[in-house]
Design a protein around this ligand. Sequence first.
Ligand code: SAH
Length: 375
Amino acid sequence: MATVTAATPPQDQTSLQDQAVQTPSQMAVVPLLGRSVEALTEWVTQQGQPAYRGKQLHQWIYQKGIRSLDEVTVFSKQWRAEVKETPIGRSHIQHRSESPDGTIKYLLRLKDGLIIEAVGIPSDKRLTVCVSSQIGCPMACDFCATGKGGFTRNLETYEIVDQVLTVQEDFQRRVSNIVFMGMGEPLLNTESVVAAVRSLNQDVGIGQRMITVSTVGIPGHIRRLAEERMQITLAVSLHASNQTLRRQLIPSAEKYPIDALLDECRDYVNLTGRRVSFEYVLLADVNDRPEHALELANDLRGFQTHVNLIPYNPISEVDYQRPSRQRIESFTQQLKDKGIAVSVRYSRGLEKDAACGQLRASKATESVQPKPAVV
Ligand code: SAH
């Protein structure tokens, strides 16, 4: 497990001040975001309000995007004053950076002052949000910027749902798709991720089939996810065609042989009736040779699958190289020749902030520089 290096103290001190004035009992209140209409109805009735207020509250949280109960003008002034300290659970945009292709990366500041990354990726027909499930990541995959930054904590359900609402509001356009491909390993935070998927589906209105959870694979957790019988897409970060190579790139693969991972993926397909897709980061001269393509095709025999090839996005900590376009094309063609559906995913937003996790990594370095002491 990596050390805690990812925490970013806020530049301004507002969030620390917010915390300072909160009593322990207020800190313990679970925010309202992420709760269903039924749960909100239960909450309002516990507060002595009529049940229909639950539905109103649901609309104000998920459609109007309130940040405080004080904004709900259909509630009486008196009740608003009583409950206005109950947190909704919204973050603040600390930084946003837009690429020429329209992709916007956000650094969001959470209640405890920690920073996470979310990305909005627009196209003609879609607005996809790439969400984080953890602050940092303990998996330490060798080519991943987030992994190099260490792990701080899991995100709560409301902190995941918030990312989607924040991007939706900023774009002023409905989010159509969600990918759990931001910071973190979703299946180390399965309960919150499952609850967030359900809320995004039922409360925000995004179809389960439009939601992709990407995992490097944690023993037993793919089966655990399958038991939820959701219609989401599972994407598995395979990245290697054999166990020796995978162990080099992904430290956790040591305890999870590739065959066991693929067996668990088969169980997922059987239990959910959904296909699993595989991600494969292409690293020049490491895993992009013709024999790797053949081996990969062989591994995936019997799977009705889709392979997403991700040409490596360079990060500063390691010196892997992105393969040439020709090399990428021939790897793609070899898989196609073996009857495998394959696409190449060029990371958008690369021009400005580079690869996954890097926006936050670069900004974090800026903001964690200690200020010189005033003498
Ligand atoms: N923990 C999850 C989500 C990670 S981010 C998982 O491992 O699947 C989504 C994808 O981006 C993963 O497949 C991840 O391996 C890949 N990725 C991370 N760093 C990358 C880089 N520098 N270049 C290309 N892909 C990268």
